[in-house]
Each structure stands twice: as structure tokens, then as C-alpha cells.
Design a protein around this ligand. Structure first.
Ligand code: 3SL
Ligand code: MG
Length: 236
């Protein structure tokens, strides 16, 4: 299995995802939100790019719908929830449709269209993602959402962790960037201690979101692997 990494949503190129299984990572915090919401019984997540698209999409959905996401890390005016995974508990999200827009995460998910499969990954479900990738039998590209089009340490070390899980399960052939991500993880297995160097960590702390950070760094507490299929994220 060949494994490569794209370092930010702005660096996605169609030929890099084509015929592969893509895993989109925005561990702080969009893909941690999606993983948590789906684990808590959310029916589907519809990732969209703009606030207007979110409002329009939600208006056309007949069933129970929740609007979630962020701009500059904060809840969007008129939305139900922010981009904090801790808000998406079973009592509020079960059987609901979540329409979501975030700065980097939903952009990376939508940008990965064209891959054979688009999985949603995070530290929370890393080993379940690895198992699913083995079942799918494609080469893999791990798409880091990054932060505002830039490389981001948090998504990179999370990718390194997923690679470490894959290495325990199968033979892998890593690109240079994948070797580096895995090296960073293998030398910093306590993800929190290294993710703290990320620029985005400072923003998270400014917003008093320490609890979100702690939660998003928990390894393998979730077994579900959300998948983006035909415009919506579901559990297959
Ligand atoms: O950009 C995103 O998709 C967000 O996850 C960023 S934040 O952590 O909510 O600020
Ligand atoms: Mg992020």
C-alpha cells in the first residue's frame, strides 16, 4: 500500500487523489466534530463551503437539521453549534442532519472529491480508519486540512499516527512526506506535547478551548469511520 500526504486544503490536486482512498484530517477540530457527531448517532453530515450555502442547504431539508461550524474558531451567528466536538452529544445530535461549514476542514473534504473513497479521520478514530483503509485495498492519500492554506503540525502528527497504525497491519510504501509525518509521530507519541507547537494551538488557547484540545488528542476512543459519499458524510 502506497501512502502519501497532502499538506493543506489549498494543495489538493485532482491527480493526487484519483484512484486512491483519501483520509481527510482536521483534528483541530472539524473532523473530530464529525467523528464525534456520527459516533453519537448523527444521521448524516453535509459539509459546505460558505455560510450562505449552509443556510440554503438547511432550509431545503425537511427533517431535523442542526447548523454547525465556525469562522475564526467562533460559532457563526444564527447557527446552533460551534466547532467544538464536546457540543455534539447524543442528546442533541442523534438522528439529526448536521449541515456544517468550517474554514479548513469542510474545504478539504469537498476538495477530495474524485478519490475512490473519502474517509473522515482524526486521532479519535485513527486505528478504525487504518482498518477500513486495509479493507478498501487502495493506495492512500492523507489530506491534511491545514490552517488557512498552510501546513499545520496538528494534522501532520495525526497523519503520522494513522501511518503508524497502518504499519502494524500491512506493508506500506511511504512518500518522503509520509515518512516525515510518521517519524514525527514515532518520536512524539504523546500527540498533545507536539501538537502544542502548532500555531493553531495558540488560537485554541486564546478561545479557552483547552478541553477541546485535550479531547481531540485522545487516541482511538471512537470506532466509527465516517465516509463522504455523494455530498454527505455517513457511516457505511
Ligand atoms: O478550519 C477548520 O475547519 C476548523 O476546524 C478550525 S477551528 O479549530 O474551529 O478554529
Ligand atoms: Mg485544523
Amino acid at each position: 500500500m502506497k501512502i502519501d500526504i497532502i499538506i493543506s486544503a489549498d494543495d489538493i490536486k485532482k491527480d493526487k487523489v484519483l484512484h486512491k482512498s483519501a483520509v481527510v484530517i482536521d483534528m483541530l477540530r472539524a473532523t473530530s466534530v464529525i467523528t464525534t457527531a456520527m459516533n453519537n448517532g448523527c444521521k448524516r453530515v453535509i459539509p459546505v463551503l460558505t455560510i450562505d450555502e449552509a443556510l440554503e442547504t438547511a432550509k431545503n431539508i425537511k427533517e431535523d437539521v442542526i447548523l454547525g461550524g465556525e469562522r475564526k474558531g467562533l460559532k457563526i451567528d444564527g447557527f446552533d453549534f460551534s466547532n467544538s466536538p464536546l457540543e455534539y452529544s447524543r442528546d442533541v445530535i442523534e438522528r439529526k442532519t448536521l449541515v456544517m461549514t468550517t474554514t479548513n476542514g469542510t474545504k478539504a473534504i469537498r476538495g477530495s472529491i474524485g478519490a475512490n473513497n473519502v474517509l473522515v479521520g482524526s486521532v479519535l478514530n485513527a486505528s478504525a480508519v487504518a482498518e477500513r483503509l486495509i479493507e478498501l485495498k487502495n493506495d492512500v492519500v492523507i489530506v491534511n486540512a491545514g490552517t488557512y492554506g498552510q501546513f499545520s503540525i496538528d494534522d501532520f502528527i495525526c497523519s503520522g499516527y494513522i501511518i503508524s497504525c497502518l504499519k502494524e497491519m500491512t506493508a506500506v510504501e511511504l512518500s518522503d512526506v509520509a515518512i516525515t509525518a510518521n517519524y514525527v509521530y514515532e518520536n512524539n507519541k504523546d500527540i498533545k506535547s507536539f501538537a502544542k507547537f502548532a500555531k493553531h494551538y495558540k488560537r485554541i488557547m486564546e478561545l479557552n478551548l483547552e478541553e477541546d484540545f485535550e479531547y481531540c488528542c485522545k487516541k482511538d476512543i471512537i470506532k466509527v469511520v465516517p465516509e463522504f459519499i455523494n455530498g454527505e458524510i455517513v457511516i457505511r
